[in-house]
Write a protein that binds this ligand. Structure first.
Ligand code: PAF
Length: 291
Protein backbone atom coordinates (compact mmCIF):
# COMPACT_ATOMS: atom_id res chain seq x y z
CA UNK A 1 0.00 0.00 0.00
CA UNK A 2 1.30 3.43 -0.91
CA UNK A 3 0.62 6.39 1.39
CA UNK A 4 0.24 9.67 -0.46
CA UNK A 5 -0.05 13.14 1.02
CA UNK A 6 0.22 15.28 -2.08
CA UNK A 7 -2.76 16.13 -4.29
CA UNK A 8 -0.55 16.45 -7.37
CA UNK A 9 0.98 13.01 -6.80
CA UNK A 10 -2.32 11.16 -6.37
CA UNK A 11 -3.81 13.03 -9.34
CA UNK A 12 -0.90 11.95 -11.51
CA UNK A 13 -1.34 8.36 -10.37
CA UNK A 14 -5.08 8.26 -10.99
CA UNK A 15 -4.70 9.96 -14.38
CA UNK A 16 -2.25 7.21 -15.39
CA UNK A 17 -4.59 4.53 -14.02
CA UNK A 18 -7.37 5.87 -16.24
CA UNK A 19 -5.06 5.94 -19.26
CA UNK A 20 -4.36 2.25 -18.68
CA UNK A 21 -8.13 1.67 -18.31
CA UNK A 22 -7.95 0.52 -14.68
CA UNK A 23 -11.12 1.00 -12.61
CA UNK A 24 -10.82 2.87 -9.32
CA UNK A 25 -12.99 2.20 -6.26
CA UNK A 26 -12.80 5.01 -3.71
CA UNK A 27 -13.72 5.10 -0.01
CA UNK A 28 -13.60 8.64 1.44
CA UNK A 29 -13.30 8.59 5.25
CA UNK A 30 -12.38 10.67 8.26
CA UNK A 31 -10.37 7.78 9.69
CA UNK A 32 -10.56 6.00 13.05
CA UNK A 33 -11.62 2.91 11.18
CA UNK A 34 -14.23 0.46 12.41
CA UNK A 35 -15.76 -2.60 10.78
CA UNK A 36 -18.11 -0.42 8.72
CA UNK A 37 -15.15 1.27 7.00
CA UNK A 38 -13.46 -2.08 6.49
CA UNK A 39 -16.54 -3.51 4.76
CA UNK A 40 -16.52 -0.53 2.34
CA UNK A 41 -12.82 -1.12 1.60
CA UNK A 42 -13.40 -4.83 1.04
CA UNK A 43 -16.18 -4.12 -1.45
CA UNK A 44 -14.20 -1.39 -3.23
CA UNK A 45 -11.32 -3.83 -3.65
CA UNK A 46 -13.59 -6.63 -4.80
CA UNK A 47 -15.40 -4.57 -7.46
CA UNK A 48 -12.50 -2.53 -8.87
CA UNK A 49 -8.96 -3.08 -10.07
CA UNK A 50 -7.55 -0.39 -7.80
CA UNK A 51 -8.81 0.69 -4.36
CA UNK A 52 -8.13 4.11 -2.88
CA UNK A 53 -9.06 5.24 0.63
CA UNK A 54 -8.74 8.80 1.91
CA UNK A 55 -8.43 9.93 5.52
CA UNK A 56 -9.17 13.59 6.09
CA UNK A 57 -11.03 15.08 9.04
CA UNK A 58 -12.73 17.87 7.16
CA UNK A 59 -13.04 21.03 9.27
CA UNK A 60 -15.61 22.50 6.87
CA UNK A 61 -18.29 20.01 7.91
CA UNK A 62 -18.08 20.67 11.66
CA UNK A 63 -20.06 23.48 13.28
CA UNK A 64 -18.36 25.87 15.74
CA UNK A 65 -19.63 23.94 18.78
CA UNK A 66 -19.07 20.47 17.32
CA UNK A 67 -16.40 17.88 17.95
CA UNK A 68 -13.76 18.70 15.30
CA UNK A 69 -10.95 18.93 17.87
CA UNK A 70 -11.99 15.84 19.79
CA UNK A 71 -12.94 13.77 16.73
CA UNK A 72 -11.12 10.44 17.32
CA UNK A 73 -7.90 10.02 15.34
CA UNK A 74 -5.33 7.20 15.20
CA UNK A 75 -3.28 7.36 12.01
CA UNK A 76 -0.95 4.48 12.78
CA UNK A 77 -3.77 2.06 13.53
CA UNK A 78 -5.67 3.20 10.42
CA UNK A 79 -2.61 2.72 8.20
CA UNK A 80 -2.18 -0.83 9.51
CA UNK A 81 -5.84 -1.68 9.01
CA UNK A 82 -5.89 -0.29 5.45
CA UNK A 83 -2.74 -2.31 4.69
CA UNK A 84 -4.37 -5.47 6.07
CA UNK A 85 -7.41 -4.84 3.86
CA UNK A 86 -5.14 -4.75 0.80
CA UNK A 87 -5.91 -1.11 -0.07
CA UNK A 88 -3.69 0.09 -2.93
CA UNK A 89 -3.40 3.79 -2.09
CA UNK A 90 -4.10 5.66 1.14
CA UNK A 91 -4.49 9.39 0.53
CA UNK A 92 -3.86 11.40 3.73
CA UNK A 93 -3.64 15.10 2.92
CA UNK A 94 -3.01 17.80 5.53
CA UNK A 95 -5.43 20.69 6.01
CA UNK A 96 -2.94 23.00 4.28
CA UNK A 97 -2.83 20.65 1.29
CA UNK A 98 -6.64 20.53 0.99
CA UNK A 99 -7.39 24.16 1.88
CA UNK A 100 -4.22 26.19 1.13
CA UNK A 101 -6.21 29.42 0.86
CA UNK A 102 -9.65 30.46 1.99
CA UNK A 103 -12.25 29.02 -0.40
CA UNK A 104 -13.66 31.55 -2.85
CA UNK A 105 -16.28 29.11 -4.15
CA UNK A 106 -18.99 28.13 -1.67
CA UNK A 107 -21.14 25.08 -2.30
CA UNK A 108 -24.59 24.63 -0.81
CA UNK A 109 -26.94 21.66 -0.76
CA UNK A 110 -30.40 23.21 -0.85
CA UNK A 111 -32.55 20.05 -0.92
CA UNK A 112 -32.39 16.86 1.15
CA UNK A 113 -30.74 18.83 3.96
CA UNK A 114 -33.71 20.43 5.70
CA UNK A 115 -34.49 17.34 7.74
CA UNK A 116 -32.64 14.86 9.97
CA UNK A 117 -29.00 15.80 10.68
CA UNK A 118 -29.10 18.69 8.20
CA UNK A 119 -31.60 20.48 10.43
CA UNK A 120 -29.55 19.97 13.60
CA UNK A 121 -26.20 20.61 11.90
CA UNK A 122 -26.61 23.68 9.66
CA UNK A 123 -23.84 23.89 7.05
CA UNK A 124 -22.67 20.32 7.69
CA UNK A 125 -23.64 18.97 4.27
CA UNK A 126 -22.25 22.05 2.52
CA UNK A 127 -18.90 21.10 4.02
CA UNK A 128 -19.38 17.46 3.01
CA UNK A 129 -20.19 18.23 -0.64
CA UNK A 130 -17.31 20.72 -0.84
CA UNK A 131 -14.69 18.24 0.34
CA UNK A 132 -16.19 15.41 -1.73
CA UNK A 133 -16.19 17.53 -4.89
CA UNK A 134 -12.50 18.22 -4.29
CA UNK A 135 -11.78 14.56 -3.53
CA UNK A 136 -13.67 13.35 -6.63
CA UNK A 137 -11.59 15.69 -8.83
CA UNK A 138 -8.42 14.57 -7.08
CA UNK A 139 -9.02 10.81 -7.00
CA UNK A 140 -11.15 10.52 -10.19
CA UNK A 141 -12.92 7.34 -9.02
CA UNK A 142 -15.24 5.12 -11.07
CA UNK A 143 -17.14 3.95 -8.01
CA UNK A 144 -17.51 5.45 -4.55
CA UNK A 145 -18.50 3.55 -1.42
CA UNK A 146 -20.50 4.93 1.51
CA UNK A 147 -22.15 3.37 4.54
CA UNK A 148 -25.94 3.55 4.68
CA UNK A 149 -25.70 4.43 8.37
CA UNK A 150 -25.08 7.97 7.12
CA UNK A 151 -28.16 7.71 4.92
CA UNK A 152 -28.71 11.44 4.56
CA UNK A 153 -25.10 11.80 3.41
CA UNK A 154 -25.77 9.09 0.79
CA UNK A 155 -28.91 10.95 -0.36
CA UNK A 156 -26.95 14.22 -0.66
CA UNK A 157 -24.01 12.56 -2.47
CA UNK A 158 -26.51 10.95 -4.85
CA UNK A 159 -27.77 14.46 -5.69
CA UNK A 160 -24.21 15.82 -5.93
CA UNK A 161 -23.09 13.32 -8.56
CA UNK A 162 -26.34 13.71 -10.51
CA UNK A 163 -26.53 17.51 -10.38
CA UNK A 164 -22.84 18.05 -11.15
CA UNK A 165 -22.57 15.18 -13.66
CA UNK A 166 -19.76 13.31 -11.98
CA UNK A 167 -19.13 10.14 -14.04
CA UNK A 168 -19.16 8.09 -10.85
CA UNK A 169 -21.30 5.20 -9.57
CA UNK A 170 -22.46 5.55 -5.98
CA UNK A 171 -22.66 2.41 -3.88
CA UNK A 172 -24.31 2.46 -0.44
CA UNK A 173 -23.60 -0.55 1.77
CA UNK A 174 -25.53 -1.79 4.78
CA UNK A 175 -24.73 -0.61 8.26
CA UNK A 176 -22.35 -2.89 10.14
CA UNK A 177 -23.54 -3.63 13.70
CA UNK A 178 -22.02 -5.29 16.73
CA UNK A 179 -23.72 -8.31 18.32
CA UNK A 180 -26.03 -6.07 20.35
CA UNK A 181 -27.26 -4.31 17.20
CA UNK A 182 -25.38 -1.07 17.90
CA UNK A 183 -24.29 0.51 14.61
CA UNK A 184 -20.52 0.86 14.22
CA UNK A 185 -19.43 4.48 14.52
CA UNK A 186 -16.14 6.20 15.26
CA UNK A 187 -18.02 8.18 17.90
CA UNK A 188 -19.00 5.05 19.91
CA UNK A 189 -15.62 5.39 21.65
CA UNK A 190 -17.05 8.43 23.47
CA UNK A 191 -19.88 6.46 25.13
CA UNK A 192 -19.74 5.44 28.79
CA UNK A 193 -20.51 1.79 29.59
CA UNK A 194 -24.00 2.79 30.74
CA UNK A 195 -24.63 4.83 27.57
CA UNK A 196 -23.44 1.95 25.39
CA UNK A 197 -26.03 -0.31 27.05
CA UNK A 198 -28.71 2.27 26.37
CA UNK A 199 -27.53 2.89 22.79
CA UNK A 200 -28.70 -0.54 21.65
CA UNK A 201 -32.23 0.86 21.89
CA UNK A 202 -31.65 2.98 18.80
CA UNK A 203 -31.67 -0.17 16.67
CA UNK A 204 -34.25 -1.97 18.79
CA UNK A 205 -36.70 0.92 18.49
CA UNK A 206 -36.15 1.07 14.71
CA UNK A 207 -36.94 -2.65 14.46
CA UNK A 208 -40.17 -2.06 16.41
CA UNK A 209 -41.06 0.62 13.83
CA UNK A 210 -40.24 -1.75 10.98
CA UNK A 211 -42.42 -4.49 12.48
CA UNK A 212 -45.37 -2.11 12.69
CA UNK A 213 -44.97 -1.35 8.97
CA UNK A 214 -44.66 -5.04 8.08
CA UNK A 215 -47.83 -5.63 10.10
CA UNK A 216 -49.63 -3.09 7.94
CA UNK A 217 -49.44 0.19 9.90
CA UNK A 218 -49.40 3.03 7.36
CA UNK A 219 -49.55 6.05 9.62
CA UNK A 220 -46.04 7.47 10.25
CA UNK A 221 -47.30 9.47 13.27
CA UNK A 222 -48.28 6.27 15.09
CA UNK A 223 -44.98 4.58 14.24
CA UNK A 224 -42.92 7.59 15.36
CA UNK A 225 -44.86 7.75 18.62
CA UNK A 226 -44.14 4.08 19.33
CA UNK A 227 -40.42 4.58 18.61
CA UNK A 228 -40.24 7.68 20.83
CA UNK A 229 -42.03 5.87 23.68
CA UNK A 230 -39.61 2.93 23.39
CA UNK A 231 -36.59 5.25 23.40
CA UNK A 232 -37.90 7.22 26.38
CA UNK A 233 -38.39 4.02 28.37
CA UNK A 234 -34.79 2.93 27.90
CA UNK A 235 -32.67 6.02 27.29
CA UNK A 236 -32.45 8.89 29.75
CA UNK A 237 -30.84 11.45 27.42
CA UNK A 238 -32.19 13.77 24.73
CA UNK A 239 -33.79 12.64 21.51
CA UNK A 240 -32.70 14.88 18.63
CA UNK A 241 -35.14 13.42 16.11
CA UNK A 242 -37.23 10.44 15.10
CA UNK A 243 -38.28 10.78 11.46
CA UNK A 244 -39.95 8.76 8.73
CA UNK A 245 -39.28 10.14 5.25
CA UNK A 246 -39.18 9.03 1.64
CA UNK A 247 -35.73 7.89 0.57
CA UNK A 248 -33.62 9.28 -1.07
CA UNK A 249 -35.72 12.42 -1.68
CA UNK A 250 -36.21 12.85 2.09
CA UNK A 251 -39.65 14.25 1.42
CA UNK A 252 -42.25 14.00 4.17
CA UNK A 253 -44.53 10.94 4.04
CA UNK A 254 -48.11 11.17 5.23
CA UNK A 255 -49.05 7.56 4.36
CA UNK A 256 -46.59 4.68 4.09
CA UNK A 257 -47.98 2.95 1.03
CA UNK A 258 -45.52 1.17 -1.21
CA UNK A 259 -42.74 3.75 -0.93
CA UNK A 260 -39.06 3.33 -0.19
CA UNK A 261 -38.75 5.06 3.17
CA UNK A 262 -36.21 5.74 5.89
CA UNK A 263 -36.90 5.54 9.61
CA UNK A 264 -34.14 7.54 11.27
CA UNK A 265 -33.23 8.40 14.86
CA UNK A 266 -30.60 10.61 16.49
CA UNK A 267 -29.82 10.70 20.19
CA UNK A 268 -27.63 13.06 22.21
CA UNK A 269 -25.43 11.22 24.69
CA UNK A 270 -23.08 13.23 26.86
CA UNK A 271 -20.07 13.23 24.53
CA UNK A 272 -21.53 11.64 21.41
CA UNK A 273 -24.52 12.23 19.20
CA UNK A 274 -25.48 8.87 17.69
CA UNK A 275 -27.57 8.27 14.60
CA UNK A 276 -29.11 5.14 13.17
CA UNK A 277 -31.69 4.24 10.54
CA UNK A 278 -33.41 1.56 8.56
CA UNK A 279 -34.10 2.13 4.89
CA UNK A 280 -37.09 -0.01 4.02
CA UNK A 281 -38.09 -1.02 0.52
CA UNK A 282 -41.69 -1.21 -0.64
CA UNK A 283 -42.45 -4.42 1.24
CA UNK A 284 -40.95 -3.21 4.51
CA UNK A 285 -37.67 -5.14 4.20
CA UNK A 286 -34.31 -3.49 4.97
CA UNK A 287 -32.39 -2.26 1.92
CA UNK A 288 -29.01 -4.04 1.88
CA UNK A 289 -27.29 -2.20 -0.93
CA UNK A 290 -27.97 0.94 -2.89
CA UNK A 291 -26.54 1.20 -6.41
O1 PAF B 1 -18.64 10.16 6.25
C1 PAF B 1 -17.54 10.74 6.42
O2 PAF B 1 -16.61 10.21 7.02
C2 PAF B 1 -17.34 12.14 5.87
O3 PAF B 1 -18.51 12.87 5.92
C3 PAF B 1 -16.75 12.15 4.44
C4 PAF B 1 -17.70 11.50 3.46
C5 PAF B 1 -15.42 11.44 4.41
C6 PAF B 1 -16.53 13.59 3.98
O4 PAF B 1 -15.64 14.26 4.80
Amino acid sequence: MKIIKSILEIQQITTKLHQSKKTIGFVPTMGYFHKGHLSLMKQAKHENEISIVSIFVNPLQFGPNEDYDSYPRDEERDINLAKQMGVDYLFMPTIEEMYPTEMVIKMAATERTNALCGRSRPGHFDGVITVLTKLFHIVQPNKIYFGLKDAQQVAVVDALITDLNFPIDLVGLSTVRDNSGLAMSSRNINLTKEERDQAIWLYKSLKIGQQLIVDGEENPVIIKKEIINTLKQHIDVGIDYVEILEFPSLHTVSVIDKKQIIIAVAIFFKYARLIDNLILNMDGQVLKRLD
